[in-house]
Design a binder for this molecule. Sequence first.
Ligand SMILES: *[C@@H]1O[C@H](CO)[C@@H](O)[C@H](O)[C@H]1NC(C)=O
Ligand SMILES: *[C@@H]1O[C@H](CO)[C@@H](O)[C@H](O)[C@H]1NC(C)=O
Ligand SMILES: *[C@@H]1O[C@H](CO)[C@@H](O)[C@H](O)[C@H]1NC(C)=O
Length: 424
Amino acid sequence: MRTSHFFNKFLPWTIFYILPVAMFLLYFYHLTLSASPKTEFSHSKPKNFISYSSLSADTVKRKAYENQCDYFKGEWIKDSAGPLYNDTTCGMIKEGRNCIKHGRPDTDYLYWRWKPNQCNLPRFDPNTFLKLIKNKHIAFVGDSLARNQLESLLCMLSTSSIPNLVYQNGKDNEFSKWYFSSHNASVSLYWSPFLVQGIEKSSTRPNNELYLDHVDEKWAKDINQMDMIVLSIGHWFLLPAIYHEGGSILGCHYCQGFNYTEIGFYGVLGKAVRTSLNSIIDMRGNNNNVKGKNGIDVIVTTFAPHHFEGDWDKAGACPKTEPYKNGEKEVDGMSSDMRKVEIEEVESAKVKGIIRLEALDVTKLAFLRPDGHPGPYMNYFPFAKGVGKFVQNDCVHWCLPGPIDTWNEIFLEIMKKWEGQNKS
Ligand SMILES: *[C@@H]1O[C@H](CO)[C@@H](O)[C@H](O)[C@H]1NC(C)=O
Ligand SMILES: *[C@@H]1O[C@H](CO)[C@@H](O)[C@H](O)[C@H]1NC(C)=O
Ligand SMILES: *[C@@H]1O[C@H](CO)[C@@H](O)[C@H](O)[C@H]1NC(C)=O
């Protein structure tokens, strides 16, 4: 009974996901850097804090932070300003996300900005971001969406200062590092789609294999050299998998041919995030007494939904060319549950008060942007020879430039808030 309940709940998603996700995650191309012209940006105005004249200065400060804008509730509104960068100014865009270069004909999707209900989200200011990461190392750890967000950030920062690629390793450069000599700052990428130790599904291996109580050393070995970590995982958890914990098999997800208990993927995702946050706390928690001075800051980017509407290999798999209006459609149950698990882990780690961390809760704003994916333009001019019977689509990752740039705008606001707390 229990098993069949799980299957009813998970099977539809599983079947939906296996092909596209497995396909897309295999598409990796080399990154190249090119020179880009410098652009001047004005500094964004500091946030106005609400003042409470009847309260003490200390309380006022605290209240001001508590009352800061909720950046995750809002709507997409038209904006003629357009992106900070393009393929000409940024040489770091992975081929599969380079929609304009690949012939995507519509451009409306570039002219929207996120408007939180309570405030305005300032346009990304690369100089402010670079100042905040001076002498620091930020690591993006996770799956291909972590890389998607990292490339967006590098492209936006490059409009102010060009980084040097100082390290590259792994198949498709899954491990890379860039150095901004202007600010002695590093930004790096660590491929780790589960965050915990695991073996990835492949053509010879029908399922992922995860070791939920062991953090993935491929990134964790460098925790001591990191000042900020952005964790971003999710889609790989939907694939068939066998889960290990405490030296034995805990269960599995969609593991046909094995006699293990189906346990789904939500609880498992929670365990993987918990193991990771605990490892960071264990290794870097002790010296965090001085308000983040020697400590480490952590951002967890929440699950970003895909927008496949039809077959992943047919034209029009994600055909929308504008955002959903608020209320037009609800975040689907799976995405909302993935997000919930991640938020819960962040909240319970936060309560410990040992490291500074925040959820970058993009699920809703990502969900509202069905128009932001490469679709068939993951490939170069996919219809050059006419519309074929089959065409590969990517409705998971995001065009660059595109809506994912907004993730980093909010990321910057979180960093500014932290900086304000340091000073108070
Ligand atoms: C890319 O951006 C640069 C600088 O803003 C601009 O001069 C150029 O026309 C843009 N290229 C395209 C193809 O939009
Ligand atoms: C550059 O940054 C590193 C940390 O990323 C720090 O150890 C080093 O002291 C910095 N160098 C200078 C000259 O500030
Ligand atoms: C599967 O496991 C259950 C309980 O561990 C056992 O009773 C059953 O015989 C196993 N079935 C097969 C086909 O191995």
